[in-house]
Write a protein that binds this ligand. Sequence first.
Ligand code: NAD
Length: 502
Amino acid sequence: MSLERVALWIDGAQYVSEAERTSTTFNPSTGRPLAEVPLCASHEIERAVESSARALPAWRETPPVERARVMFRYREMLATQFEELAALVTREHGKTFAEARAEMQRGLEMVEFACGIPSLLMGQSLENIATNVDCETSRHAVGVCVGITPFNFPAMVPMWMFPVAIACGNTFVLKPSEKVPQSALRLAELLSEAGLPPGVFNVVHGDKVAVDALLTHPQVRAVSFVGSTGVAKYIYEVGTAYGKRVQSAGGAKNHILIMPDADLDQAVRALQASAFGCAGERCMAGSVAVPVGRIADDLVDGLCKVGKAMRVGATDGGATVDMGPLITREHRDRVATYLDTAKNEGAEVALDGRAFDLPGDGFLLGPSVVDRVVPTMRLAREEIFGPVLSVIRTGDLDEALALGKQCDYGNGAVIFTRSGFAARQFKRHFNAGMIGVNVGVPAPMAWFPFTGWNKSFFGDLHMQGMEGVQFYTQQKMTMTRWFASADESHADPIWKSKAAGK
Ligand code: NAD
């Protein structure tokens, strides 16, 4: 059976790549191949960057309010196509339809944020910084920007980037994950239908070869990356060495503290959603439960109970389940090996996701709870990116707070408690960038920055919110002084002002 080759999007139209190297995407629910993805060579990347460079001068000069109008139309088109887009995300990623709808909603909000670009681009000014001298700042597009995105949010993570970048007057080349290329292509088609001029937004497909070509291209001025920490660090180092501004978000290991005074049912439900939502394939997944003191036994019992009751199955075709498949067979198998690792290292597998009855050829794995993990074990240190929840039991709040410093990552961390003091200590001292208090997944909305710390982020300006606008613009400061003119053409008294020269 020959598979459809996913098109690139260049100059406002589909473009069939001639790439000789390809990879195959799968429907994770069925295990069946979905499409063939071209792995572009550098000359096709060149074509996309050139297209973006050609479109830049006119787009940069398009008034912000007109750029915003494109975003308003895009927002309406996304809202109209909402269910179709969510179904596409479910088909190529495997998350449940409800999770795909939530993903689309977050992406839509990024477009809503970008609709406000005339206000967001406003500068500052101060008159008379010295006599008759005024000073002002203005924001200017950076140029051709690039986005390289992971598989776990096929629509939302690209939308952290391109709506704001484009609204700021930049042009953009997106290289989505080669595991989920189709959602990005559809987003590009709709943006074109919303009135975006050809070349302002291009989409290419590929692997490291395509990424390296983008990362080192002399016409690329800014690179946004989201993916695993090893690649994030590489992107940051190479991109900055080539003179580009880079924001590079990496992997994560997020702790959820449960104090003895917490509402146990609420904490268990929040942990279930945080650890097993999107099959654990979220950079904000709560992957380490940290019971403090006497609550540990009840917490582990509760987690095993709710985990065991979860309906795990195919998500494509309208099935209603609590958790869908993982992205590929290889990734599912890799996640499952952590359960052997856990036993070998002396932890206790309290709920084993391999024991679930999982019919069909989808890349399924049930939820797992691994108790009595300690900070030195691989389960505590490595990002698993699947439905495996580790439990690290601690004796007091200080021991729990110290876990943040013992972990390389620093995306999110959460506390469940009724104590304002414990919550405040946690908020101030836990070593992570996004904090939740009695909230399972503290992922910020579009208007706030996505503030990962440590090895969860390389760079200075994060995605989303005003930091996103700052990343995609360069500032200009203008200092102005006008002299009362003595020349002939200004001799007429109408030019005189009593205030002049004061
Ligand atoms: P990945 O690092 O394998 O791939 C991400 C992107 O990088 C893809 O487009 C891929 O083609 C490209 N890539 C892969 N290997 C490369 C290499 N050697 N050189 C250059 N480019 C390369 O990540 P993934 O498996 O697609 O996504 C999961 C990861 O993303 C997890 O670690 C997750 O925590 C992370 N993530 C982080 C955030 C965040 O905000 N911090 C958000 C979502 C996902």
